[in-house]
Every structure is written in C-alpha cells, then in structure tokens.
Design a protein around this ligand. Structure first.
Ligand code: KG4
Ligand code: ZN
Length: 361
C-alpha cells in the first residue's frame, strides 16, 4: 500500500491569511482535506488598497488560528502531518515573514520537514492538484500582482513566454473599481456591473495587439476609461448607473479580447503542450474564462480552470506545491529566507512590469 503524504500549507503573501491540509496518495488526484482563508478586505477597505503594515500584523495575529482551524476541519492533529509548506515569496515582506516564522516554529517544534514555496508556483501547479495535468502545459497566471504566460515543464521548471509591461490585470480591475466608486476587490464588482452593461458603447483600446509576441499592457486601458468617465462628468455633471455599467462592460471586453488573443499567440509560440490552464484571481472572471476556453477549443487543446476558490489566493495550492517539491527532494532549513521578489523563471530577462505587490519577474 503506497504511503500518503499529508502537508500543512501556509499562505500570507498579500491580504489573505490562509492554512490548508492537502493529502497526496500515489496514483490519485491530490485531496484537499481543509482550506481556510481569512481575508483582510474589511481591514484595508478604508485605505483603498492593501496597507503592508496592517497586513503583516493581521497575518501574525491570525496564522495560528487558521492553522488550528485547518487541522480541525481536516479532522487531524499535527501528529498526522508529514511536512509544512509555506509561501516564502514573492509578496509583501512583512506578511511573507509572518508565514515563514510560523512555519519554522511548527516544523522545529514537531521535527517536521519544511518546504518553502514560490507563491507563483503555487498558482502555476494548481492544475496538477485539481486535474492531474502532466507537463508540459501552458499557464496563464493573471491576478492582482502578476500577469504572465508560463510554460510549465516541471515542478521547478518554468519558462516565461511573456507578461505585462505595466499593471497586472487584477490591479487594472481594482483601479477601475476605484475610478467608478465601487468597493474592493474590484474584479468581482466590475464583473457584476458589466453584466448589465453594453460592451460596444465605448471603444476602448486593445493594448499591444499591434505588436508581435505575448507581452501585455493594461495601464493605457485604465487611462482610456478614466478619460471616458471624465468626459461624461464634464458633459453631464456626473455618471449614471448605466454609464458605469457600460464603462465596466467596455473595459472588461477589452481585457478579455487582449487575454484571448495573447493566449493564442503564446500557444502558437510554445512547443506542443498537454493543456492550457488559467490561475490567479482574474481567472475567476467568468467571461474571461469562457473566452479562453473558446480559444482552446478551436486550437484543439484542453483548457483547465481550477474552481474559483483555488484561483484566488489560498493555502491548498501552497501545500500541494510543497508536496510536489518535497517529492522532488526539496527540503529547507531554519535559514529559509522570506523573499519580496522571486521570479519563477530566473533565466528570461526581468520584466519591467509592476503589480500591486511590486516587480516580481
Ligand atoms: O490571485 P489573487 O487572489 O491575489 C493576488 O495574488 O493578487 O488575485 C486577486 C485579484 C484582485 O485584483 C481581484 O480584483 C481579482 O484578482 N479578481 C477578479 C475576480 N475575482 C478576483 N478579477 C476579475 N474578475 C473576478 N471575478
Ligand atoms: Zn496570488
């Protein structure tokens, strides 16, 4: 009987404190025994964005409780855990440090192996947890802090084919929401408004489609929306509910068009792959998912999108990535460092782009 591996995962790189227990049994899909996500949206709401110091303190206060709850929900104790996986970067350094210290404490106290995980690898390996996809596959990572096309060749082997040269798409959704007086996080809000809007009323640009390759840009699009909003305000003294819906619909259509076209190019540029997968918070957007799926169907490639709760930040993906790395022989010691920046692809030249968590790759 093959022996299962059960890992506790911790995630605290941005504004979600999370702990999860995931089990690997050879020959089976990974099993998420529990996944606790304690979001900090309410804490940061008055400031219109994530405040690093507030986030770090909240992580330090909440991690223990999340771990307790994750074990309780899984019906396990630390005696049943085979290893601890923790996000060791990239992200807001105070939060990453909180997670790394907590993980080191548990690992040292219980004599358990410790595995540091790159947050981006957590997202990028999620389709292996949910669907058991084999390498190589093409990954579109789209969130509030990152935006890149990755060729996933192995657990620690990623090649970046392209990425944003400025904002990440989730960041653009969040800024859009701010411009239009909608609450954060902006993605789901803009998506809900756009459902009642006319995507054709405003002709927003499709940035970088006129250039070859699969790099992306979102900051010009945001500026175009700002101009359209200001034109409405000066013409009519404000914007109506319908204006807002139409602005959201126009913006969203532009983002979906760009992601769909650039995905097509990334696929054309990469060697044969087993699947195309999407991950990160923006992967939760239904219309964007649908567009990506249509593109894959016409290219004859399998399309994978993890369940919504596994698209946004969570610790199950960290526990899983920890298991994968552990099975590959990875072990970290008490000198595991918290890294604010940590590109997944260390060979391709660094991107200029910044996400809300700073330059990553
Ligand atoms: O992956 P994630 O949870 O955290 C980061 O690592 O950034 O992604 C959060 C981002 C936020 O910018 C949020 O507005 C966006 O993902 N997001 C969405 C949706 N749900 C979350 N964007 C578009 N549509 C959504 N439904
Ligand atoms: Zn993330």
């Amino acid at each position: 009987m093959p022996k299962p591996l059960t890992f506790l995962g911790l995630e605290s790189s941005c504004d979600d404190t999370a702990a999860a227990v995931v089990r690997y049994l050879p020959g089976h899909l990974g099993q998420i025994l529990s996944s606790v996500v304690d979001g900090q949206t309410a804490l940061h709401a008055p400031f219109g964005g994530v405040v690093p110091e507030i986030a770090a303190r909240a992580h330090a206060e909440r991690l223990d409780h999340c771990v307790e709850r994750a074990l309780l929900d899984a019906g396990l104790t630390l005696a049943d855990i085979d290893g601890i996986a923790v996000t060791a970067g990239p992200g807001l350094i105070g939060g990453v440090l909180s997670g790394v210290m907590c993980a080191k404490g548990i690992a040292a106290a219980r004599g358990l192996p410790l595995v540091g995980v790159n947050h981006l690898a957590g997202h990028a390996l999620t389709p292996r947890l949910t669907d058991g996809v084999s390498f190589p596959y093409l990954m579109l990572l789209v969130s509030g802090g990152h935006c890149q096309f990755l060729l996933a060749r192995g657990v620690d082997d990623f090649t970046r084919l392209g990425g944003t040269i400025d904002d990440a798409p989730g960041e653009a959704f969040d800024k859009m929401a701010k411009l239009l007086g909608l609450p954060q996080p902006g993605g789901p809000m803009v998506e809900a408004e756009a459902a009642h809007g006319n995507p054709k009323r405003f002709a927003f640009p499709r940035p970088l489609l006129d250039r070859p390759g699969c790099d992306l840009s979102f900051s010009g699009l945001k500026t175009a929306v700002l101009r359209a909003r200001d034109a409405l305000i000066s013409a009519q003294g404000g914007i109506t509910v319908q204006d807002r819906r139409d602005l959201c619909a126009g913006f969203q259509a532009a983002v979906a068009d760009v992601l769909a076209e650039k995905s097509k190019r990334a696929l054309a540029q990469s060697p044969p792959v087993t699947a195309v997968a999407v991950a990160g918070g923006v992967g939760a957007h239904k219309a964007i998912r649908a567009r990506l799926e249509t593109g894959c169907v016409s290219a004859g490639v399998q399309f994978l999108a993890p369940p919504l709760a596994l698209c946004t930040d969570n610790a199950a993906m960290i526990a899983w990535a920890g298991i994968e790395r552990f099975r590959n022989g990875a072990r970290d010691g008490m000198d595991l460092a918290a890294r604010p920046r940590w590109p997944l692809d260390t060979i391709s030249p660094a991107m200029l782009g910044f996400g809300k968590k700073g330059a990553k790759a």
